[in-house]
Design a protein around this ligand. Sequence first.
Ligand code: K1U
Ligand code: ZN
Length: 173
Amino acid sequence: MTIRSILIHPDPRLKKEAEPITEVTDAVRLQANDMLATMYDAPGIGLAAPQIGVLNRMIVMDCVKEDGEAARPMVLMNPEVIGISEELNTYEEGCLSIPEQYADVERPSEVDVRWLGLDGALHEEHFTGLWATCVQHEIDHLNGKLFIDYLRPLKRQMITRKMQKLKREKARA
Ligand code: K1U
Ligand code: ZN
């Protein structure tokens, strides 16, 4: 298992639409293990393939936060939202590609999602709470969308400038 580096915004690879995965190969299984290891190491509750510079439609998640509750690592390929609740929920989101920046984002509070699993079968699940927020945030990554794209242009610009500065400082170090 390899911890992959996470791209920091702004990066053109974070703005691209990712390609569907057509077959569950050894390379795909390796990518899933690397992504889970990278997410837990960060630490984060989700990660999408474009964030490690791989432009395919794989996301991983584990939103179990309670101490003592069993972890639930999930790998979703080609995930599709097939139903949304009318009710909305606001959550202060963060992003591993936009470190230390947080903002309120409003999204449907519950979603139904269909995806291809590592077992080669199609799965469907109804997500609520943090899982619903996280799966929508990760699917956005597959479509080149970041949580800051929901913010007012001025706030988005401010965060982008902070990230440009952070990247310049990291490059110098
Ligand atoms: O996609 C990502 O960048 C990962 C991101 C997922 C996410 C967070 C919040 C709302 C929606 C989606 C993160 O995991 S940021 C880190 C984070 O939220 C966290 C880290 C450690 C413990 C608990 C949460
Ligand atoms: Zn993110």
